[in-house]
Ligand binder design. Structure first.
Ligand SMILES: [Ca+2]
Ligand SMILES: [Ca+2]
Length: 477
């Protein structure tokens, strides 16, 4: 299956080719040089994983880049993220005799590879640490990257990520969010089931890639002097001279749609789900971050935080299937939020969909706030045990329990005690004991003592049966 989708109003295009050849990476053999720990780089090969030094364009200088040493050469082949490598388009993985890469310029393709390797490594680590996923394909593997596409374009072709340049030819399209976007398309293709190619499925796919790109940027968490976290896509790369490609908190600012339903005219537009994700993660008025408008429902939403939102989104796409739609995504993420966290997060997820005008769906979960468990005791007070036999001069102790619905403070008293009998009530919060002391001269026989609990102007009662019986009386029928 081939599908082509343009990314927004610009020329950045995604070509997704399912079922193409497996990634080819430059398998490395043993090495002799050593600077860092040896790891296994793959079946049948023992490579030496090194921490190369990169002079990147977008991510600072120096940056650590996982590389491999073999046969006297270092290569941009990452054995700690198996399958990830970088080279020129249709060329081999880059190699050189030193483990220092790039010159920091936007026109150097070696530098572009430094940025790609760094970003793809962060993307993988984000999948692991935030989403519990093992690698891009979910089975411990990533894919090669190629730089140097002679076009204002970048794409994921089902087996590799390919990166071109901006229209001014000053930068390669290898910033954190764009790399996370294209490796995110790989994650998306390998998650859940085939979502088909309907307009809504395309919109949700493009937005999913935006979300993965943004998560990568937040995971890397650069300071403002570098590529700091934001909810813009492509802000570091002036792709066609118009600033960022997309804006997740207000998609209309980059010509995308804020709300559902979509207009079904091309190009596909991930704006509504981008907007949903921002509202879920950050809400409408997050401190220190941009405000986000709503299309419907309450005007104020509170976010659950980007990592919770990421997990809700990610668990939701496990359910994707043919005919994937905004309505199904609403149900799937509400189920995910309820299962992962509970009612507040499920309600936040629901509110964010409502805010972008995706209406309630048949079969979506409901959630009510937890109610107190039913009292094991009937309303009022109980006496345990309800009866006892005491010899004259003896005593017995009973427990008095109050049901949780009785308003404090509760005042307790006892009536109906026989002559010569006292009741000593000791109350410590909900734990109440009553010691019944029977005098030596108390009348023999059965007596009913009534305990009275007075609370909030009403009284509850419980009865206790006291039998006063001498030792010799037991033998007498
Ligand atoms: Ca940024
Ligand atoms: Ca960004």
């Amino acid at each position: 299956m081939n599908l082509k989708t343009t990314l927004g109003a610009f020329a950045l295009m995604t070509v997704v080719t399912m079922g193409t050849t497996a990634p080819a990476n430059g398998a490395e053999t043993t090495s002799t040089a050593s600077r860092l720990a040896t790891v296994h780089s793959g079946a049948g090969t023992a490579g030496r994983a090194l921490l190369g030094s990169g002079n990147s364009h977008f991510n600072g200088n120096p940056v650590a880049v996982q590389t491999t040493y073999s046969g006297g050469l270092y290569s941009l082949n990452d054995p700690t993220h198996p399958g990830l490598s970088c080279g020129r388009l249709n060329g081999p993985v880059l190699t050189k005799p030193t483990d220092a890469w790039g010159d920091g310029t936007g026109t150097s393709l070696e530098t572009a590879c430094v940025d790609v390797m760094f970003a793809a490594q962060k993307h993988w680590d984000m999948l692991r640490d935030w989403l519990g996923r093992n690698g891009v394909d979910g089975a411990g593997h990533s894919y090669p990257a190629s730089v140097g596409l002679n076009d204002v374009n970048a794409y994921w072709d089902g087996a590799r990520a390919v990166f071109g340049h901006n229209s001014a030819r000053t930068d390669q399209l290898t910033s954190l969010d764009l790399v996370g976007y294209h490796y995110g398309l790989a994650v998306y293709a390998k998650t859940g089931y085939d979502d088909g190619n309907g307009p809504e499925a395309q919109s949700l796919r493009l937005s999913a890639a935006d979300i993965f790109g943004t998560l990568t940027e937040h995971y890397a968490n650069h300071p403002p002097a570098l590529d700091e976290p934001d909810y813009l896509i492509g802000e570091e790369v002036n792709i066609v001279g118009g600033g960022p490609l997309r804006n997740m908190y207000d998609p209309s600012l980059t010509g995308n749609r804020n709300c559902y339903p979509l207009s079904m005219i091309p190009p596909a537009d991930g704006g509504p789900q981008d907007h949903w994700f921002y509202l879920l993660a950050e809400g409408t008025n997050p401190p220190g971050k941009p405000a986000s408008p709503v299309c419907a429902g309450p005007s104020t939403l509170t976010g659950v935080g980007i990592q919770k939102a990421a997990r809700i989104f990610y668990q939701g796409i496990q359910r994707k299937s043919l005919g994937w739609s905004y309505g199904r995504a609403r149900v799937a993420t509400m189920l995910a939020a309820k299962n992962l966290y509970g009612c507040p997060e499920m309600n936040a997820t629901k509110a964010a969909w409502t805010a972008i005008r995706v209406p309630a769906q048949a079969g979506e979960p409901t959630c009510s706030m937890p109610t107190p468990p039913p009292s094991p005791y009937p309303s009022g007070i109980t006496v345990d045990p309800p009866s006892a036999t005491v010899s004259p001069g003896g005593s017995t102790t009973v427990q008095i329990r109050l049901s949780p619905d009785m308003a404090q403070p509760v005042t307790l008293s006892a009536t109906g005690t026989p002559a010569g009998t006292t009741v000593n009530i000791v109350q410590a919060g909900q734990t109440i004991t009553a010691t019944i002391n029977v005098s030596a001269g108390a009348p023999l026989g059965t007596h009913t003592i009534t305990f009275v609990a007075t609370s909030g102007g009403s009284a509850k009662t419980a009865h206790f049966t006291l039998t006063v019986m001498g030792e010799g009386d037991q033998a007498t029928p």
